[in-house]
Design a protein around this ligand. Structure first.
Ligand code: ADP
Length: 444
């Protein structure tokens, strides 16, 4: 049974039960209320009339505007058992005055209320009204309910069904979209219910937002896999070609040794790439956890910079260290080393021949700061937002053995984030770049 059917059945049953209860209450309380109302009206009519009637010298005087029959109430004036004025149901027995209180008289298959009120010793005024007929009342209400009840139930069921159908229509759209996505693996579909601030619209827009995230992650994942395979394919092809070349020139020692050199460099490149991919995968999985220890950042910077001396000299680049001495940080030394290596390697790689690279290290309030500055090719405004994307390279034709795969900066960014720090770049195309890293001196 669908939710729609369940709601409509439940709601209709309750509606019917409520109507029946209302009917029973009406029957039981309604009779007593009408009886009470009839008596009050009779009393009011008699007492009002008594104010318009008086006697003088034994004669009765009646005000002209008295109504002898009004709203089913008969008013009559009696002298003893003689009707002097007014109206009295002709079929009723004439009774003499019998005290100023309500009497019930059964007459002609009905009950009548009679109220007498004495004007003086001779005259009295009488009010007479037919009491409500309980059986008639019940049967007419019963007849009404017999027609009204099924009608009300049908109307309630139809109305309920309409409202539930309208309210659940967006839910059907959600289900249909989910089925389409499941059936076609097409994550680009959206529910797009449009405007509306009810719970289902809210759920649909949350669902759409969730699909945006899933699609983004999925596209990134696909892009990542294809980029990673692409990056690995080149060195593998080179290794295969060199291995073939070497095996067909086994007699020529020099060629074989050259080929082995190329194979070794390409294998080294692959190994670096695989370890970078591993770092990113572990960072994504949340299993890359820093091991914090106190160390001297200034000394670490000096050591790392020294390892680039040979490479920088190859491009006639001068390396400078401008470090505040003794900047002690609590951080993962291996990770900070990796960040510095990536930034300095880039500064040298993208630095201009005969240029310079400066490593600055300082303490800035609660943070340690290190910046790598070069006066190389710089980064254009259109590329600067994308250099943090995995595998993004401004000039992908740089395929030398030392060239990276566009993972250096994304890794640096992840490692900085693990230290609750920040990394930023300022660059002018053709003039140079400054990459600045800020990490807290102490981890909480
Ligand atoms: P890569 O392995 O290509 O160096 P990175 O993630 O380290 O990958 O850098 C991404 C891109 O950012 C580089 O391809 C390069 O175009 C640009 N880039 C990074 N550092 C610098 C720099 N110091 N000067 C100019 N461009 C840079």
């Amino acid at each position: 049974m669908t939710i729609k059917q369940r709601i409509v059945i439940w709601y209709t049953i309750w509606m019917a039960v409520l109507v029946v209860i209302a009917f029973v209450v009406l029957l039981s309380a309604g009779g007593a209320m009408i009886r009470h109302e009839t008596i009050s009206e009779l009393e009011e009519a008699v007492y009002d009339a008594s104010e318009d009637i008086w006697t003088r010298d034994g004669r009765i005087i009646v005000d002209d505007d008295i109504d002898y029959i009004d709203d089913g109430i008969y008013l009559s004036i009696w002298q003893g058992n003689t009707l002097v004025r007014g109206r009295y149901p002709s079929e009723m027995p004439e009774e003499i005055f019998s005290g100023d209180s309500i009497r019930e008289v059964d007459w002609l298959e009905g009950t009548w209320f009679i109220l007498d009120f004495s004007i003086d010793e001779d005259y009295f005024i009488r009010g007479t009204v037919r009491a409500y007929d309980a059986a008639l009342f019940s049967s007419s209400i019963g007849a009404f309910m017999l027609i009204a009840l099924p009608l009300m139930v049908i109307l309630a069921a139809l109305g309920g069904y309409y409202i539930v159908r309208r309210s659940l229509k967006p839910a059907e759209t959600i289900v249909a979209t989910a089925e389409q996505i499941a059936g076609s693996d097409n994550l680009s579909k959206r529910i797009a219910l449009g405007d509306g601030d009810d719970e289902i619209h809210q759920m649909a827009s949350d669902f759409d937002r969730m699909l945006d995230c899933i699609e983004n992650a999925f596209v990134k994942e696909q892009q990542f896999t294809s980029d990673a395979s692409h990056e690995l394919r080149t060195p593998i092809s080179v290794i295969l070609a060199e291995a073939d070349y070497a095996s067909s020139h086994t007699a020529e020692e020099e060629k074989v040794s050259e080929a082995l050199c190329v194979i070794s460099r390409q294998a080294g490149k692959m190994s670096r790439l695989v370890s970078e991919l591993l770092s990113l995968a572990r960072s994504d999985k949340g299993t890359l956890t820093p091991e914090f220890e106190d160390f001297n950042l200034s000394e670490l910077g000096e050591m790392v910079l020294q390892t680039f001396e040979e490479k920088a000299a190859g491009k006639d680049i001068k390396l400078y260290l401008k470090a505040e001495p003794g900047v002690i940080v609590q951080a993962d030394q291996g990770m900070i080393t990796r960040i510095m290596i990536n930034l300095i390697a880039n500064a040298v790689n993208y630095g201009r021949d005969g240029g310079m690279v400066v490593l600055r290290i300082s303490c800035n309030g609660e943070n340690a700061e290190f910046a790598v500055e070069d006066n190389g090719i710089g980064i254009s405004a259109s590329d600067i937002g994308r250099i943090w994307d995995r595998f993004y390279q401004v000039d992908s034709s740089r395929t030398g053995d030392e060239a990276g795969a566009g993972l250096g900066l994304p890794i640096a960014k992840e490692l900085v984030a693990l230290h609750k720090g920040r990394i930023k770049v300022d660059s002018i195309e053709g003039e140079g770049s400054v990459f600045t890293v800020e990490i807290p001196l102490r981890q909480e």
